[in-house]
Design a protein around this ligand. Structure first.
Ligand code: DOR
Ligand code: ZN
Length: 346
């Protein structure tokens, strides 16, 4: 597609988004709702969303925070813990309150300390999910403190996933925000029942970017960005048209003060620039004709949902995006904000 100036695709969805709550929710939701028709809402609030009633109440708060006229649809998830009750999971699923459950290995990332300490403890939950056709969404990093941070995903893929898939042959699994060749290849090899989301930032930065001219706290997220060869492999996975890879921004806003500090937390706020960044990547890879599969078709197909009726147009050309947004008395720094993005929406 030589020098396409604009591209129109079916309205995309974000299959992995942190909207938070309260003032942060109200500040960040309009950015996500401006780009995506639906979003899989991560449940790692404090306290985490572990019951169907908590998920229903959170869904109502999201719906109430939508900008005037927005039809954005939140798709809720259940945060799994060692004591999750299979009946509660099934009740919430049958009642249309949540569409999937999220597995955080305990302590793996932000607000994951209530997560699962041992998969054996949720065997009955996974069996139930397998039976009712409810997907399991995984933060795929080992929490073994002996394992180097850059190896945590590959070790999880090697040690944890094979026995998990074997024990639950009917379970549908999404490996979230993949960052390595090992993860992408594993997902491909199990594509009949597995998929992966890929973030904009993991397509644009590598681990060297984290230290470009000094330490860059706003590029720190988990799983952490890996070597360049992994970034290049992720670009091939995202842009190759394979059904098992789809869009999930992992937009994860934090107040700037919580990142620009001696022990800064993980998460990139990519909501406002997500589609612009993805489109730039597909353009650079000569794959604009595959953008709709990744952004709008593969996700709904995996989840068994209809693709969106509406369309969205992206245009080549610079738009200045805000460097940061205000939340209460604080600010949240935008990934690739402050400058001009190569593509714009509308
Ligand atoms: O960087 C991250 N931030 N990774 C996660 O898994 C969680 C997220 C957050 O909630 O801030
Ligand atoms: Zn996330």
């Amino acid at each position: 597609m030589p020098n396409t100036e604009h591209i129109t695709i079916r309205q995309p969805d974000d299959w992995h988004v942190h909207l938070r709550d309260g003032a942060m929710l109200r500040a960040v939701l309009p950015w996500t709702a401006a780009q995506f028709a639906r979003g899989i809402i991560m449940p790692n609030l404090t306290p985490p969303v572990t019951t169907a009633s908590a998920a229903a109440a959170y869904r109502d708060r999201i719906l109430a925070a939508r900008p005037e006229g927005s039809t954005f649809q939140p798709l809720m998830t259940c945060y799994l813990t060692d004591s999750t009750d299979p009946d509660e999971v099934e009740r919430g699923h049958a009642g249309g309150i949540w569409v999937a459950a999220k597995l955080y290995p305990a302590g793996a990332t932000t607000n994951a300390h209530h997560g699962v300490t041992d998969l054996a403890r949720i065997r009955a939950v996974l069996e139930r999910m397998e039976r009712i056709g409810m997907p399991l969404l995984i933060h795929g990093e080992t929490t073994d403190p002996e394992v180097d941070i850059f190896d945590r995903e590959a070790v999880f893929v090697e040690r944890i996933l094979p026995p998990l898939l074997k024990a639950h042959p009917g379970l549908k699994v999404v490996l979230e925000h993949v960052t390595t060749i090992e993860a992408a290849d594993f997902v491909r090899a199990h594509a009949s029942r597995m998929a992966a989301t890929i973030t904009p930032h993991h397509l644009l930065i590598n681990r060297t970017s984290l230290f470009q001219g000094g330490i860059r706290p706003h590029l720190y997220c988990l799983p952490i960005a890996k070597r360049e060869r992994h970034r290049l492999a992720l670009r091939k996975a995202a842009t190759g048209g394979e059904a098992c890879f789809f869009l999930g921004t992992d937009t994860a806003p934090h107040p700037a003060g919580a990142k620009e500090t001696a022990c800064g937390c993980a998460g990139c706020f990519v909501g406002p620039t997500a589609l612009q960044c993805y489109t730039q990547v597909f353009d650079e890879e000569g794959a604009l004709d595959k953008l709709e599969l990744f952004a709008s078709r593969n996700g709904p197909n995996f989840y068994g949902l209809p693709i969106n009726e509406g369309t969205l147009t992206l245009r080549r050309g610079n738009t200045r995006m805000p460097e940061e947004i205000a939340v209460g008395g604080d600010r949240v720094v935008v990934f690739r904000g402050g400058g001009e993005t190569a593509w714009s929406i509308g």
